[in-house]
Design a protein around this ligand. Structure first.
Ligand code: URA
Ligand code: SF4
Length: 197
């Protein structure tokens, strides 16, 4: 374990910076390989995650694992986190204050891990991280902002009752890891959107 990441994890565990600490069972720090080329960013912990203190371990997590499996990637090769680290009551979307307050942790995770690419999962993460909306229009695309690459995909939870979307998620994750291989081989990649801050 990376020491800075371990310290960050401890800070998240005891954090009371926003109202979500009042209703959580456990904070859910990011988890995975600190040497990963990619950080996956979801929305917020759900019921199972809140109970166990680990990200993406419920049904949405199973969908994500299935998509990774098809790309021949195991969960322990990558790093997974969320925009907010505590579960919003009744799984409501985290509000602006909660997202802004928790943002320092995500920024810190990115600074420590220095991923080649950040995979943004679903509208809440897309909006929080890049100010985006209309995920269905932007999924599968590569965005560059401030010298950081981002890849956009749908949220695994959205695929639970939607066979079409699970195919989309699987296709996107395959594309993402093909891209990472190309980046590692110093190949030129095509940026879909250049975003300025
Ligand atoms: N949905 C998310 O966005 N994150 C999790 O950790 C679990 C479900
Ligand atoms: Fe702290 Fe983030 Fe949890 Fe709010 S959601 S209490 S900022 S860790």
């Amino acid at each position: 374990m990376n020491q800075k990441l371990e310290k960050l994890k401890q800070n998240v565990i005891k954090c009371k910076n926003c109202n979500l600490h009042k209703t959580r069972t456990n904070s859910v720090p990011g988890k995975g390989n600190f040497k990963s080329d990619v950080i996956f960013v979801g929305e917020a912990p759900g019921k199972n995650e809140d109970k166990n203190g680990e990200p993406f371990i419920g049904i949405a997590g199973k969908k994500l694992s299935a998509a990774l499996e098809e790309a021949n990637v195991s969960r322990d090769e990558i790093y997974i986190t969320n925009v907010v680290k505590c579960r919003p009551p009744d799984n409501r979307v985290p509000n602006t204050d909660e997202r802004n307050t928790c943002q320092e942790y995500l920024k810190e995770e990115i600074k420590i891990i220095k991923p080649k690419i950040i995979c943004v999962l679903g509208n809440t993460a897309f909006n929080s991280v890049l100010g985006g909306s209309e995920i269905t229009k932007f999924r599968g695309k590569i965005i560059r902002k401030d010298n950081q690459l981002y890849f956009i995909s749908v949220h695994p939870a959205a695929t639970i009752y939607n066979q079409k979307l699970i195919k989309v998620l699987k296709k996107d994750i395959k594309k993402l890891f093909k891209l990472i291989r190309e980046l590692n081989n110093n190949k030129e990649i095509k940026i879909d959107i250049e975003q300025s801050s």
